[in-house]
Design a protein around this ligand. Structure first.
Ligand code: GDP
Length: 483
C-alpha cells in the first residue's frame, strides 16, 4: 500500500496491515520490509483476528521455543517416551516438527501447511533445518528460532516414511492407538501425509482422530503437499478457519507472506534483477515453464506458451516478417516478460520471436530469463537460492502464467496474490492442449494427494463436494483447492 506523507514522499505499509510483527532488525533481513516497495499490488488485507492470532503464536514460539525451560522439559519427556498423562495441561507446550525435503516449492507448501496446523492446534512449529531451510529464509518469529536445534532425540526422524511403526496410520492399523477408547498416549507420533499416504494416514483429516492427536506432546510431520484444503474438511477446525480467513482463498497468500522472507543473499538476487530488468517496464508478465532435465525441447510446449499468452491478451501477436514495423515513438508501451525454466530454449525462441518480428500492438517486448540450471539439484546452495529468487521474481509480475501441477508456480502465485493462467498438462506430449491454458479459480495451491473419505459417513466420498470452500483443481482433477 503506497501512501503519500505530509511532505509528499511515498510511504509504504511495511507491516502489510499488521501481518508482519514489528521490531525485527531490518538489516538482518532486508526483504521483510523492503519487498513492499517492489510490489505494485498491495496484496489482500489480513483480518484483525488473524493478526491477533499471529501475535499469540509468536508469543507461544518464544515461551516454548528452543532454549527455554519448557523446551528442555518437553525434550526430557520425549527421551523418556512418556507423555505425562492422557491430558495435557494448558501450560504445557506441544510441538510440531516439519520435515523439509524435495523441491523448494514442495518445502514451502509443506512448511506453510504445518504452520497453519500448528496455529489451529496451539502447537509450536519447529522446522527441520535440512535442505538449506536456515540459509534461504529469515526467521519468521521475533526473538526465537523456528529451526529444530541439533541433538533432537528422535535421531532418525528425517528417515521417517510410510513404513515407520510410529506413524499414525500404522498405529491405527496395528491397534496400538484407538479413537474409541481413552488410554495412554505416546510422547510422540509421526504424521505421514506424503504423496503416498495411506487411507489410515489420511484419517488425520477426521475429527475423532484429531482428538487423539491433540494430547500428544510431539508430532513429526512429513508432507510434500499443501494439505490445508484437507483441514477445511475437519468439522472441529471449521469455525476457527472461518474466523481466521473470512476470505478463504487468501489462506496461503497470508501464510506465505508471513513466513517466507528471502535471506539477504537471496534478496540481493531478487532486487538486483528486478531493478535491472523489470522495474522500468510498464507491464511485467511472468511465464513459468516447468520442464525436467531429461525432456527434449518441445515445439508443442513452445506453441502452447505462445497460444496461451496471445489468446489471453498477455503477449501481443507478431506481424508478418515483411510487414511495416510500427514507427518508434516516445509513447511506445513496454512489456517485460520474465521466463523461468531449467532450460533456456523456450526463452530464446520467445525472445527471437519479438526481435525478428514487430508486435502487432507496437509494444516493445523484452524477454528475460535469470538462469537455466538444466537439472534439478534441490538442496544445493546456489541452485536453491536461484530457485527461490526466481519464484519471488515471478510473484512480482503483473500477470502470471504457470505450469500445471507445479508447486514452484503455486508459491509464486500465492506470494504475489495472483490468480494465474495455468497451462494445462497435455494428455499426449505431441498435442497442444486445447484450450492451451485457463484462468485459475483462486490463487490457492492445489492439494495433490487429498483424502477421498467422508469421516462422518465412514466411507469413500468426493471430498470436493463436502464444503463449499473446497473444490477440485483445474490443473489436477482429483486435487483439492480452497476457493
Ligand atoms: P515442482 O517440482 O515443480 O512442484 O517444484 P519444486 O520447487 O518443488 O521443485 C522443482 C525444483 O527444480 C526447484 O525447487 C528448483 O530447484 C528446480 N527448478 C525447477 N524449475 C526451475 C526454474 O524455473 N528455475 C530454477 N532456478 N530452478 C527450477
Amino acid at each position: 500500500v503506497v501512501r503519500r506523507g505530509a511532505s509528499g514522499e511515498r510511504s509504504y505499509d511495511k507491516l502489510l496491515g499488521g501481518l508482519l510483527a514489528d521490531g525485527f532488525d531490518e538489516r538482518s533481513c532486508r526483504s521483510r520490509y523492503q519487498s513492499v516497495m517492489y510490489r505494485r499490488r498491495p496484496g489482500r488485507r489480513p483480518p484483525a483476528y488473524l493478526v491477533s492470532k499471529l501475535r499469540q503464536q509468536e508469543a507461544l514460539q518464544r515461551r516454548c521455543g528452543p532454549g527455554t525451560a519448557a523446551y528442555g522439559h518437553a525434550l526430557e519427556q520425549l527421551r523418556s517416551g512418556k507423555s505425562g498423562g492422557d491430558t495435557v495441561g494448558a501450560q504445557d507446550c506441544r510441538y510440531l516438527v516439519s520435515i523439509s525435503y524435495r523441491g523448494l516449492g514442495n518445502r514451502i507448501l509443506a512448511t506453510a501447511s504445518a504452520f497453519l496446523y500448528a496455529v489451529l492446534t496451539g502447537r509450536v512449529l519447529l522446522v527441520d533445518p535440512s535442505n538449506e531451510m536456515g540459509e534461504l529464509f529469515c526467521e519468521p518469529f521475533p526473538d526465537t528460532t523456528w529451526l529444530l536445534p541439533p541433538g533432537f532425540p528422535l535421531a532418525s526422524y528425517t528417515n521417517f516414511s510410510i513404513s515407520t511403526a510410529e506413524s499414525y496410520g500404522n498405529m491405527l492399523r496395528n491397534k496400538v492407538i484407538r479413537t474409541d477408547a481413552a488410554g495412554d498416549v505416546p510422547a510422540f507420533l509421526y504424521v505421514h501425509l506424503d504423496h503416498d499416504a495411506t487411507e489410515q494416514d489420511k484419517f488425520f483429516f477426521c475429527d475423532e482422530d484429531q482428538r487423539v492427536l491433540r494430547n500428544i506432546p510431539w508430532l513429526v510431520m512429513r508432507t510434500d503437499n499443501y494439505i490445508v484444503p484437507g483441514l477445511f474438511l475437519v468439522p472441529g477446525f471449521q469455525d476457527e478457519l472461518g474466523r481466521l480467513f473470512p476470505e478463504p482463498d487468501t489462506v496461503f497468500h497470508h501464510a506465505v507472506r508471513y513466513l517466507f522472507h528471502p535471506s539477504n543473499h537471496v534478496w540481493g538476487l531478487v532486487a538486483r534483477y528486478y531493478d535491472a530488468y523489470l522495474a522500468t517496464a510498464q507491464q511485467r508478465v511472468g511465464i513459468q515453464v516447468r520442464v525436467f532435465g531429461s525432456q527434449p525441447n518441445s515445439p508443442e510446449l513452445l506453441e502452447q506458451i505462445t497460444r496461451c499468452t496471445q489468446k489471453e491478451g498477455l503477449l501481443p501477436e507478431v506481424l508478418l516478417a515483411a510487414a511495416d514495423p510500427v514507427a518508434p515513438g516516445p509513447s511506445r508501451k513496454t512489456k517485460a516478460v520474465l521466463v523461468t525454466s531449467l532450460k533456456s530454449w523456450y526463452y530464446e525462441k520467445l525472445k527471437g520471436m519479438y526481435w525478428e518480428r514487430a508486435a502487432a500492438t507496437g509494444e516493445a517486448v523484452s524477454v528475460q530469463q535469470p538462469s537455466h540450471e538444466e537439472f534439478q539439484r534441490s538442496g544445493a546452495r546456489s541452485h536453491d537460492a536461484k530457485a527461490w529468487a526466481e519464484i519471488y521474481l515471478l510473484s512480482l509480475t503483473d500477470a502470471l502464467v504457470t505450469t500445471a501441477w507445479s508447486t514452484f508456480g503455486y508459491v509464486a502465485q500465492g506470494l504475489g496474490g495472483l490468480r494465474p493462467w495455468v497451462m494445462y498438462r497435455p494428455d499426449n506430449e505431441t498435442h497442444v492442449p486445447d484450450p492451451p491454458c485457463g484462468r485459475d479459480v483462486s490463487m490457492e495451491p492445489c492439494f495433490h494427494a487429498p483424502p477421498f473419505y467422508d469421516c462422518r459417513l465412514k466411507r469413500g466420498a468426493d471430498t470436493g463436494k463436502i464444503v463449499p470452500q473446497v473444490q477440485h483443481c483445474i490443473d489436477m482433477s482429483w486435487g483439492l483447492k480452497i476457493v
